[in-house]
Design a protein around this ligand. Structure first.
Ligand code: ATP
Ligand code: MG
Length: 578
């Protein structure tokens, strides 16, 4: 392909909304262009990388007998009401009406659509297993689209859905997909970790995320320094490295004391001299679900934590089997429930369920808010002064916590979630009447799994992991072109003839070539070649040809080879690995 025959435009400066290297580089290299927040045009070069990645996905999924289909992007409301997700998905689901006043949404995911697709045909146990996938546009009305293709509103996803007759089969399929995902990300040469994760709105019990390790990642991960254990912080068990033992042996009488102006744990720590890890804080949440919890009467509950710990709302959600993480009560709602303003509230005398984090369990004679403005209680003990509804792991895990599988410690990393596998069980089958007749002619619900890979996100994530100060360093598996010829004298006939021959020879092994045939200065062309980042650059000019010295450059290592014409193609093949 000749530069002047395609549409490439490079920029010197990245736009101000590009915060991370991969976003800056994609825009500067003209691969993508923003139409509106979260909406991008993929240019000719980006599309080539995306298509190559799609083909890797197809090759690996087809090996597992997955079947490619294409489902609609626009879904009717009724379909999503079958699973209650029309409401549960909240504002992330973009809804609209057509001319007949029928309500629709843009698909954020396709569990409902795929069950509808198969539910009339998968009738007998003989019809199983089936694994159906598509590569298609999703729309999620993300609150804060950012980082280019990493968190778009419209983006491309590969989503697969498996159907098995029993749990054993479903877990086998899960395992096959897990392995296919490993092969897919290995082919891109990516550094990733497979981590335990939360199932979010999709539901299901077993789930793993494929996370690329990168400073720009939006996900916080904790990884063992001893074993393979790795988890998203959302679900990572929080285990104190050294268990706390209270110095108190007996329970002392409760005393109320004035704490004027002490509103935070830090204030209280200063006032009393007691370290935060021995103070107890009480947080208040609403168990009401849905878009407008105020429509119903407030169902409040409290969560107790050590003053040094942070609550993990996902753990609370999972403990209470809620659909979404609970919302915190507003100051007014806290006052309605406790009689005091936040800062002076505690668990004693409350009429609502109280959940305590494991860390609170061993504490004795501790301080809590008195539920009276400006006062706290000291020597409070659970069991005697108030009852805990349930003790559970509710705090955020953090660096230095004990590894759940060994005596190792957890270390923090940032990750970009590129893939996610879920075992769904019968959740969707039950809601949408997905049944089949088993060997004995008995009607049963089938078991499902679902498996997503962010196509556009992964392509950008490759760049986040592979670039330098001058530009992108594409992995060979998805690079738009393999060879970038900087043609320095496009008006010179013999140089052009050589470039043509060279291109043809390289193309005999199916390597793709971009020829920069613009009428530009060499330095300008070299800069653009580094920015676009294809694996091999060849510099052809009149002068070099006359001296029979052609420059071949390895983009990744920047190694320069000055070779006679006859040796160029061989070197290119060698650098590309065949
Ligand atoms: P996140 O936690 O990043 O919002 P998610 O867990 O909601 O993602 P899934 O429902 O698991 O996403 O979707 C499968 C895959 O789709 C993700 O692993 C990710 O690679 C990709 N993806 C999800 N949301 C976006 C987005 N807004 N832009 C680009 N890719 C996305
Ligand atoms: Mg996910």
């Amino acid at each position: 392909m000749k530069w002047t025959k395609t549409h490439i435009f490079t920029l010197k400066e990245a736009p101000s909304d590009a915060e991370i290297p991969s976003h800056k580089l994609l825009v500067r290299a003209g691969f993508i262009k923003k139409l509106a927040p979260g909406l991008y045009t993929y240019g000719a070069l980006a599309l080539k990388a995306i298509r190559k990645f799609e083909n890797i996905l197809r090759e690996e999924l087809n090996k597992e007998d997955a079947i490619e289909v294409l489902m609609p992007v626009v879904h009717p409301k009724e379909l999503w009401e079958e699973t209650n997700r029309w409401g549960e998905m909240g504002a992330g689901l973009l809804k609209f009406k057509n001319r007949n006043n029928h309500e629709f949404c843009l698909a954020a995911t396709h569990e409902e659509a795929v069950v509808d697709y198969v539910r009339h045909e998968l009738k007998s146990y003989r019809d199983f297993p089936k694994n159906i996938y598509q590569i298609q546009t999703k729309y999620r009305d993300e609150i804060r689209p950012r980082f280019g293709l990493m968190r778009g509103r419209e983006f491309s996803m590969k989503d697969a859905y498996s159907f098995d007759i029993d749990q054993e089969g479903a877990l086998k399929t899960y395992d096959k997909m897990y392995k296919a995902y490993q092969r897919i990300f290995d082919r891109l040469g990516l550094q990733y970790r497979i981590v335990q994760a939360d199932a979010g709105n999709i539901g299901g019990s077993q789930t793993h995320e494929f996370q690329l390790l990168a400073d720009a990642g939006e996900d916080a991960l904790l990884v063992s320094d001893k074993t393979q254990f790795a988890a998203n912080i959302e679900v990572c068990p929080a285990i104190d490295p050294v268990p706390y033992v209270s110095p108190h042996t007996s329970e002392l009488p409760v005393e109320k004391f004035a704490t004027p102006g002490a509103k935070t744990i830090a204030d209280l720590e200063k006032l009393t001299g007691i370290p935060a890890k021995e103070l107890v804080k009480t947080l208040y949440f609403s168990a009401n679900e849905g878009l407008d919890p105020k429509d119903k009467s407030l169902k409040a509950f409290a969560v107790l934590l050590r003053g040094s710990d942070e609550v993990n709302p996902i753990k609370v959600k999972n403990l209470l089997k809620m659909t979404n993480p609970p919302l915190m009560l507003t100051d007014e709602e806290v006052k309605e429930v406790t009689g005091a303003n936040p800062g002076s509230c505690g668990p004693v005398g409350l009429q609502i369920p109280i959940y305590a984090d494991n860390g609170v369990q061993p504490l004795k004679n501790y301080i809590v808010g008195a539920n009276e403005d400006g006062f706290h209680l000291k020597n409070v003990n659970h069991g005697r002064d108030f009852q805990i509804t349930q003790v559970a792991d509710l705090r955020m895990a953090r660096e230095g916590d004990k590894c759940p599988e060994s005596d190792g410690r957890l270390k923090p990393y940032r990750g970009i979630e590129v893939g996610h596998v879920f075992y769904l069980g019968q959740k969707y089958a039950k809601k949408m009447n997905g049944v089949f007749l088993d060997k004995n002619g008995k009607s049963q619900f089938y078991e499902m799994g679902c498996y997503g890979i962010g196509v556009t996100r992964t392509v950008q994530a490759c760049i986040e992991q592979s670039h330098d100060q001058d530009g992108i360093i594409w992995p060979k598996a998805i690079t738009p072109y393999h060879v970038h010829i900087c043609h320095l004298d496009p008006k010179d006939e013999s140089a052009t003839a050589y470039v043509d021959v060279l291109t043809k020879e390289i193309e005999t092994r199916n390597w793709e070539v971009l020829v920069d045939d613009r009428d530009e200065r060499p330095g300008f062309k070299f800069k653009d070649a580094d920015l676009l980042g294809f694996p091999v650059r060849i510099v052809v000019g009149k002068k070099g040809l006359e001296g029979n010295q052609i420059e071949v450059v390895n983009r990744k290592t920047k190694e320069v080879f000055k070779l006679p014409k006859e040796a160029v193609v061989q070197k290119v093949f060698e650098l590309l690995g065949n």
